[in-house]
Design a protein around this ligand. Sequence first.
Ligand code: HAM
Length: 417
Amino acid sequence: MYKVPRGTADILPQEQAYWRFVQGKAEALCHLYGYQRLDTPVFEDAGLFIRTIGPTTDIVEKEMYTFQDRGGKQLTLRPEGTAPVCRAYLEHGLNNLPQPVKLYYFASIYRYERPQKGRYREHHQFGFESIGDADPALDAEAIDLAWQFYSSLSLKGLSLKLNSIGCRACRPDYIKRLRQYYEPHISGLCPDCRERLEKNSLRLLDCKQASCQRLALEAPKSTDHLCPACKSHFDALKVQLEALRLPYDLDHRLVRGLDYYTRTVFEVQPPEEGAQSTLGGGGRYDDLIEELGGRPTPAVGFATGMERVVLSLKKADLPLPPIPQPRIFVAYAGEENRDQALALLYELRRAGIGVTGAPVGKSLRAQLRQADALGMAQALILGEEEMRSGTVLLRNLATGEQVILPRPQLISHLRPT
Ligand code: HAM
């Protein structure tokens, strides 16, 4: 028997109410804030991701699904959604529209990770990007939209972590100071961090090993080494977040796992700790579009893992709006009446009334048992007597109450008012 590949999952019918609820809230908020949907392909040129995410990140070094197609091209299943949106922005001349251009997406994402709860090899993201404006008001809008999204789902106890990691003018000096701080402590670092010290020193700050965390607590803070432009950007952002009453916590260890970020970075975390539990994250990436060959174009965005949001919703045990399903079952007595039952089934569907039923070769009693098992509210029964008199019997399956209705009145009787 084949099984679903490791780190992937089927989304079964009983799960769909969660997904629909989350997508509905996301979409409604994006439209409220003036974001438009963009869909991009599942795979892109491998180079797009290597260049933007960064060659020394975990994603590029260990996690990408890259393959050669039959034409010899190196393609990668998208390991994140921001670079494809920027590629599309440039490719379709969206830079010629009034800026910022605000786009959102739902996308499947592929990372070859060690699967565990909340961490998969295929996951799905809801994300949005606001491209073409450097003003901190756009950072505040992105953070607000992310926060309102979780609030609209009634998720409680979340925290909002905020940091600024500077720009290409001020970050090199900060990195130098960070290395100077860590060098005397090399022996106290985990093996991964010893490697990171050379290749990707910022990531030392968010290592989850206890000994590295202790060192990170005392490490120099990027916010103490911002250039004047980054500092005033960050100060203005904090003022706006306060005006919006968004309860952020400054976290100097927040650096994110992709290299394209500049200035603002933020994450939303659930009440329990753990790397695989971060609900969503984002930030500013002012150099990414230039990296792809465009003019310097500032941008800011955010993405959240749908599976993690669904896990949090399940934990919160909130009532969800049900997905509409037929509540009426068409049953018949006697095989000779089945064609009439089928005709009735389609007549009702054409009239916009959800119905199911008319199975083949089952006794009336077995059909009604099936209707019960499916949780149907009512059964429409066509028996000999009904055929003769041009009526149908409508039975309430919960109470057993029944009425006989002339066929011509059936649709108006059933149609929801
Ligand atoms: P990211 O932090 O790598 O950011 O992913 C965003 C969210 O996707 C995470 O917070 C998490 O909820 C979810 N996620 C990531 N990896 C997995 C996984 N293996 N299994 C389940 N869920 C996962 C980005 O991808 C950026 N593109 C976000 C962004 C948009 N930055 C600016 N614009």
